[in-house]
Design a protein around this ligand. Structure first.
Ligand code: 5GP
Length: 189
């Protein structure tokens, strides 16, 4: 998505540890109109697929996943990072190693929100090593539901997670794929 690549170049900051900061429109302050355009673009990449729900992980996946789900016209479910008082009853659980926080955490989804009739599109703000998506894939597997595909707003192609999932047969789409951040941002064509 050309407009997203241009926005990343204009507003993104490359931080230490290979982290791309896009807090001005994607992660902390949300450019709501642009987010809805991103949602439409993502939905168009999976048009014709019978998606029943969009799944993401809190917190930074939520705005993009909401926009994608809204464009498709289905509910959005987000996995919580901690089982809290308002996450009651039986849970699906998976472990995720976080690249940005360098630790493993558990994600949980109430069993009542996904079942074996569901066809899910898995969505996240970033796709780097693919661990967050693999955690979501594990949860969908536990539910006996189907993964229709995976969609990230921004993929860091050089970290390999997206291509690893493609090689495993998943339909993975990203609106912008960053191939390098060393001497300016380079995008995959
Ligand atoms: P993965 O699990 O694919 O290695 O990483 C994806 C998760 O890590 C995303 O949910 C995202 O929140 C976070 N992440 C990974 N790389 C970056 C980055 O460069 N910038 C930001 N803002 N988040 C990132």
């Amino acid at each position: 998505m050309k407009a997203l690549e241009e926005k990343i170049v204009r507003e993104g900051q490359v931080l230490a540890g290979n982290v791309l900061k896009v807090g001005s429109f994607l992660n902390q302050r949300i450019d709501t109109l642009f987010m809805m355009e991103m949602g439409k673009e993502a939905a168009s990449l999976f048009s014709g697929q019978k998606i029943t729900k969009v799944l993401t992980v809190e917190a930074s996946g939520i705005p993009f996943a909401f926009a994608v789900a809204s464009a498709i016209g289905v509910p959005m479910v987000f996995a919580k990072k901690h089982a809290s008082a308002n996450v009651s009853g039986a849970l699906y659980r998976a472990s995720v190693y976080s690249y940005t926080h360098q630790r493993t955490y558990e994600i949980v989804v109430s069993r009542e929100y996904i079942d074996e009739s569901d066809k899910l599109l898995l969505v996240d703000d970033f796709l780097a090593n693919g661990n967050a998506l693999k955690g979501m894939i594990a949860i969908v597997g536990e539910a006996g539901a189907e993964v229709v595909g995976c969609c990230a707003a921004i993929e860091k192609g050089y970290q390999g997670g997206g291509d690893d999932l493609r090689a495993k047969g998943y339909h993975v789409e990203s609106l912008a794929i960053v191939e390098s951040m060393e001497d300016g941002l380079v995008f995959r064509k």
